[in-house]
Design a protein around this ligand. Structure first.
Ligand SMILES: NC(=O)c1ccc[n+]([C@@H]2O[C@H](COP(=O)([O-])OP(=O)(O)OC[C@H]3O[C@@H](n4cnc5c(N)ncnc54)[C@H](OP(=O)(O)O)[C@@H]3O)[C@@H](O)[C@H]2O)c1
Length: 260
C-alpha cells in the first residue's frame, strides 16, 4: 500500500447495506460509494431506497441496485442475494446495519417484542452473512462483513429499558467474533461497529425528552451526541485494505461512552 488511495479505495468492490432506507444505513451506503464501491441497498421502504440509489449513482458515478426486502424472511434474503448477484455481482462487503430497538420493562416485555428483536437484530444478520460467505467461499474470493451492534451490546443501558435490544446486540457482537474465527481461513474479515447515541428516526422520540439527551451527553466523555456522518470513516476503514489485519473486533464510535 503506497498511496492513500490504495489504502482506502473500494473501487471494484460490491457493497450490500441493509437498513439503507434511513439513519446510519444511509451513511454506510454513502461511505462505500464515496470510496468507489458499487452499492446494493436493502430495506422494506422501497421508495426511499430508490431515491438513495439514484443519488449515489449521480454523486459518485457508481452502479447501484435497490431491493425492497424484509430481512426477517429467508425467501426475501434469497431474492435479495439473487438480485444483487445478477445486477452487480457477488457482494464482497456486507454491512448488516438494519435493526430495531424496542423498549419496555423487562418484567412485562411481550414475547412478540422479544421475538421481533431477535429475528431482526440477530437472526437476520446471521442468515445474510452465511449467504454472502457461502457465495464468496465458492467463488474463492475474500470479503468483509461489518455488523452494526451498539454500545448497548457492550454495556447495559441505565436510561432506557432495552432488554431485547441489549441481548440481541451483545449476541451479534459475539457472533462477529465467532464468524471472524470460522471464516478467517477464507479471507473473510468480520468486524462490528458499536455506535453511541446518534440522532436518527430510531432515537428521535427518546431524544425529544430533553433530560434523556442531557443524560446521554453527560455520560459521554466528548460531551455530545454523535452525528450520523461520523459513522462513515469506520465503515470505509473496516471495508478497505487499511484494516487488512483486523478481524473479530468491535469498534466503538461513541465519543468515549464505554471508556469509563
Ligand atoms: N442511532 C443510534 O444511536 C444507534 C446507536 C447504536 C446502534 N445503532 C444501530 O444502528 C442501526 C441503524 O439504526 P438507525 O439509528 O439508523 O435506525 P433507523 O433510522 O430506525 O433505521 C433502521 C433501519 O433498519 C431497517 N429495518 C428494520 N427492520 C427491518 C426489516 N425487518 N427488514 C429490513 N430492514 C429493516 C429500516 O428500514 P425499513 O423500515 O424501510 O425496513 C431502517 O432502514 C441499527 O442496527 C441500530 O441498532 C443505532
Amino acid at each position: 500500500m503506497e498511496t492513500l488511495h490504495e489504502l482506502f479505495s473500494l473501487t471494484g468492490h460490491i457493497g450490500l447495506v441493509t437498513g439503507a432506507s434511513s439513519g446510519l444505513g444511509v451513511e454506510c451506503a454513502h461511505a462505500l460509494a464515496l470510496a468507489g464501491a458499487d452499492v446494493a441497498l436493502a430495506a422494506r421502504r422501497g421508495e426511499r431506497l430508490a431515491r438513495l440509489a439514484e443519488e449515489l449513482a449521480a454523486r459518485y458515478g457508481i452502479k447501484t441496485v435497490h431491493v425492497p426486502t424484509d430481512i426477517t424472511s429467508d425467501d426475501e434474503l434469497d431474492r435479495l442475494i439473487d438480485a444483487v448477484q445478477s445486477k452487480l455481482g457477488i457482494p464482497d462487503i456486507l454491512v448488516n446495519n438494519a435493526g430495531i430497538s424496542p423498549t419496555g420493562r423487562a418484567e412485562m416485555l411481550p414475547r412478540s417484542t422479544w421475538d421481533a428483536a431477535l429475528a431482526t437484530n440477530l437472526t437476520a444478520p446471521m442468515m445474510l452473512a452465511q449467504r454472502v460467505a457461502r457465495s464468496l467461499i465458492e467463488a474463492r474470493k475474500p470479503g468483509r462483513i461489518i455488523n452494526m451492534v451498539s454500545i448497548y451490546g457492550l454495556v447495559a443501558s441505565s436510561i432506557y429499558r432495552l432488554s431485547a435490544y441489549t441481548a440481541t446486540k451483545a449476541g451479534l457482537a459475539n457472533l462477529t467474533r465467532q464468524l471472524a474465527v470460522e471464516w478467517a481461513p477464507y479471507g473473510i474479515l468480520v468486524n462490528a461497529i458499536a455506535p453511541g447515541w446518534i440522532p436518527t428516526e430510531a432515537t428521535e422520540a427518546g431524544m425529544a425528552k430533553s433530560h434523556n439527551r442531557e443524560r446521554m451527553e453527560r455520560a459521554t466523555p466528548l460531551g455530545r451526541l454523535g452525528q450520523p456522518q461520523e459513522i462513515r470513516g469506520a465503515v470505509i476503514y473496516l471495508a478497505s485494505a487499511a484494516s487488512s489485519y483486523v478481524t473479530g473486533t468491535v469498534l466503538s464510535i461513541d465519543g468515549g461512552y464505554v471508556a469509563w
